[in-house]
Design a binder for this molecule. Structure first.
Ligand code: FDA
Length: 307
């Protein structure tokens, strides 16, 4: 029951100010975020690469309501691409972007976000890396997938995300598998109404397996983004049955979650990519991580109580 409350709080400006202003939040935030500076993200990347993992970097930001901020976010990503290239990390570290950070929710937001992300995708491609478009709430799905389709015309390596909790995702998985795309499959982290999304965990998990089966049997590159041990085992089995080589798919997990499992899979010869968020705009991301797991909230509450 706590999950929906926390997801509602993730959209509240009042709660954001309250949570962000208390220094007591910091130790818990640090578990999930590499740091506030680009240099923190590069340090975390170097450590993860040394463990045999690969990385996708998220410069935190979302739900932008003014065009200047959207441009600043784009420029932040362009600076990140330059730094990755300069540090020689671009081959093993790619980028994840939220189109709402690039202005998708503004009037004419589809076009603004498209123009902004196109510059980042082109710069990433020149540097030898790629971009995946994160998926946000269901009102953005059509726009995000349309932008993904257009970006792929010049940069076919651009990745999309599908959320198994959405009813539509099985159809989207069939379309993207046929198109040979890189697709990250997740369960979904937003609060969605019963008209568009499964509400029960079992239904979301079963839908995940159905989408995964389609992606593994298809022509694309599945990116299996979950910490769920049962789904990791299912993915291993489906990849084997589809005859996929170890570089024909990858596992993805979030920074700070199930580190030992990340290393175990990599040691077995799997490709494992860690999603590394950094920056000052961490509130929405942090609240979604709390909502996913009530134990995180207990940890957060304990850390407040023991101060
Ligand atoms: P589930 O929630 O069932 O968790 C399985 C187990 O994993 C738990 O029992 C626990 O051990 C561990 N675990 C999971 N979440 C944890 C947490 N927060 N803290 C501690 N342990 C945790 N969503 C979205 O809507 N759009 C997107 O673009 C993305 N992008 C994305 C990228 C990557 C690389 C990952 C791994 C995930 C996302 N997500 C996402 C988030 C995703 O939708 C989902 O909310 C989380 O991955 C949690 O679901 P699991 O599949 O891990 O299963």
């Amino acid at each position: 029951m706590l999950g929906p409350v926390l997801l509602a709080a993730a959209g509240s400006e009042r709660v954001r100010r309250l949570v962000s202003s208390t220094p007591l939040t910091r130790p818990v935030v640090d578990r999930f975020i590499a740091g506030e500076e680009l240099s923190d993200a590069l340090d975390a990347t170097t450590v993860l690469l040394a463990r045999g993992l690969t990385v996708t970097l998220d410069r935190l930001g979302e739900s932008v309501t003014d065009p200047a901020r959207a441009s600043r976010n784009r420029d932040g990503y362009l600076a990140l691409v330059d730094e990755l290239a300069a540090a020689g990390l671009a081959e093993r570290a790619e980028l994840s972007v939220k189109l709402s950070a690039f202005g998708q929710a503004l009037p004419d937001g589809h076009d603004i976000a498209h123009r902004n992300v196109a510059r980042v995708v082109a710069a990433a491609s020149d540097a030898g890396t790629a971009v995946t478009l994160d998926m946000e709430d269901h009102r953005t799905t059509d726009s995000t997938l349309a932008i993904h389709r257009e970006l792929r015309a010049a940069h076919p390596e651009t990745g999309a995300v599908l959320q198994s909790y959405l009813f539509r995702s099985e159809d989207d998985a069939r379309a993207l598998a046929a198109a040979g795309a890189r697709v990250r499959l997740v369960k979904g982290a937003y609060r969605e109404p019963p008209e568009v999304a499964f509400q029960r965990k079992t239904e979301v998990d079963l839908a995940y397996v159905r989408c995964l089966r389609t992606l593994m049997a298809g022509a694309g590159h599945p990116m299996v983004a979950t910490h769920d041990p049962r789904l990791v085992a299912v993915a291993e089995e489906l990849a084997k049955r589809a005859g996929r080589p170890s570089d024909g798919y990858e596992f993805q997990m979030l920074f700070g979650i199930r580190d030992a499992e990340q290393r175990r899979l990599a040691a077995q010869g799997h490709r494992v990519r860690v999603y590394v968020p950094y920056g000052t705009d961490w509130y929405g991301y942090f609240m979604r991580r709390l909502a996913e797991r009530p134990a995180n909230l207990a940890f957060f509450a304990r850390s407040l109580a023991t101060r």
